[in-house]
Design a protein around this ligand. Structure first.
Ligand code: GLU
Length: 484
């Protein structure tokens, strides 16, 4: 009997980076476990030695932790059902294969790769479904013994029952049926003694008491093989939930060709983990209303497999950017301050030149305008270094022959102010415009260009009061010299 306790697992193969699709699978498992008070387990499926990548396990664990998806059992943290790395469980698989051989629901196959290859080519030519032709199923005990004592390499295959309908029910897709005719006598144990994915996956899900198998739709076609294996062992099936495919905006399968797929690429580009997790949660799940912004703990409260839909989920990077904006905007100021300082340091800007109060004012001014921390230097570099260039398009549009003289007058007015605040600068500008009998705009636009080098940004008097009187006057004087 599978216990009533929810136990789910994320079972990646360490073949490189964590794919965003993998993050989605991990997240849905994590959320389901947290939502139902169950356990979230990490299991490393590393039995395909040809695809193994050095360092991939560490990378996976680091990335999961970065995203905040802490697991209850798994490598490093341990647990009662370990080891959690399949290459450390080879003896367990061997023992289970022996059980199946004993029960005669599996058989040894001594066919050479060359023979299998020729067989497959022949089937292709005849337009038949590629399937093992069961030559070794009819070997006698004596023949098997002779092969074994001759040291012939072999694999172990599952004997798939003839003419049955393999049925299982999937929480997301409903009832699913496959004809056993379409299922190959799959290899369970390879000639190198390693189990295949199918065997190791089923044995471990059973031994680790997994209650729900939640994984990507690409594994749906493997599930009938797993169901047959559970039946061969006489084990109860876990519940299955196959998550919808991830699609590019053109509805093709999400691939590297159309953009980044590694979680670390997004992290390195400056996406917040809060935004990425929120975004990935919405790939196939929604809360049943139009809310879109969620923290991880809100997701833990809200998530249910019943609200996961089966149609493909489109991966829309603009939505991710928007979520990044939303999450960055709602972050506490101190946290943004730390991130900004780190970003400035990495960008080679001497952070010690700026007081925290100064940076906090910059953050307040820019909060509604930045989607990424890097936008602080990208969109408002002038808070960190005086402009040395002035946007030529803005000069053409806003800089008149008289502008230099007007600005000199304004600089004079500003200089005379005593410890001015935002409204003092504003009043001084209005007064100057009145005295010169010009529009406010005749001063505002050249002033913005002078202090920032740009034509747009947050409120001009915010900018000027953040920069302060001396710096503003210095920048006006420099601009008057440089802009012709
Ligand atoms: N090792 C498989 C993978 O890489 C696990 C699939 C499953 O969850 O059963 O995704």
């Amino acid at each position: 009997m599978i216990s009533d306790e929810v136990r789910v697992r994320f079972a990646p193969s360490p073949t490189g980076f964590l794919h965003v699709g993998g993050l989605r699978t991990a997240l849905f498992n994590y959320l389901f476990a947290r939502n139902s008070g169950g356990k979230f387990i990490l299991r490393i499926e590393d039995t395909d030695r040809a695809r193994y990548v050095e360092g991939a396990v560490d990378n996976l664990i680091t990335t999961l932790r970065w995203a905040g998806l802490d697991y209850d059992e798994g490598p490093v943290v341990g647990g009662d059902f370990g080891p959690y790395v399949q290459s450390e469980r080879l003896a367990i698989y061997k023992k289970h294969v022996d059980v199946l051989l004993e029960k005669r629901v599996a058989y040894r196959c001594f066919c050479t790769p060359e023979r299998l290859d020729a067989m497959r080519k022949e089937q292709e030519k005849k337009k038949l479904q590629p399937k093992y032709d069961r030559t070794c199923l009819s070997l006698s005990e004596n023949e098997i013994e002779a092969n074994l004592s001759a040291g012939k390499p072999y694999v172990v295959r599952l004997k798939v029952p003839d003419n049955v309908t393999i049925k299982f029910s999937d929480i997301i897709r409903g009832d699913v049926e496959f004809a056993s005719e379409r299922v190959d006598d799959q290899v369970l144990l390879k000639s190198d003694g390693y189990p295949t994915y199918h065997l190791a996956n089923v044995v471990d899900d059973h031994l680790m008491n997994i209650s729900h198998v939640i994984r990507g739709e690409e594994w749906l076609s493997s599930t009938p093989k797993h169901v047959l294996l559970y039946e061969a062992f006489g084990w109860e099936l876990p519940k299955f939930a196959h998550l919808p495919l991830l699609l590019n905006p053109d509805r093709s399968k999400l691939s590297k060709r159309q953009g980044d797929v590694a979680v670390e690429d997004y992290r390195d580009k400056g996406y917040l983990k809060e935004a990425l997790v929120n975004f990935v949660a919405l790939l196939g799940w929604n809360p049943g209303d139009d809310r879109e912004i969620f923290s991880l703990s809100e997701l833990e409260n809200e998530f249910s497999l019943e609200k996961v839909n089966k149609s493909g989920a489109v991966f829309n990077v603009e939505k991710l950017d928007w979520l990044n904006f939303q999450h960055l905007r709602s972050k506490p100021g101190d946290e943004v301050l730390d991130m900004l300082k780190e970003h400035l340091a990495v960008s080679g800007i001497d952070v010690t030149r700026f007081r925290d109060d100064y940076l906090k004012e910059v953050i307040t001014a820019m909060r509604e305008r930045v989607s990424f921390i890097k936008d602080y230097t990208g969109k408002s570099p002038y808070f960190f270094t005086p402009p040395t260039e002035y946007d030529p398009a803005v000069i053409r549009k806003r800089w008149k022959p008289e502008s230099a003289d007007y600005l000199k007058r304004l600089a004079g007015e500003f200089s005379a102010l005593d410890n001015p605040g935002k409204s003092d600068f504003e009043n001084a500008l209005h007064r100057t415009a009145e005295e010169l009998k010009i529009q406010n705009g005749d001063l505002i636009h050249p002033l913005r260009l002078a202090v920032s080098g740009m034509g747009e940004g947050p409120g001009l008097f915010d900018v000027v009061s953040i920069l302060g009187k001396e710096e503003t006057v210095r920048r006006i004087n420099a601009a008057v010299e440089r802009i012709k």
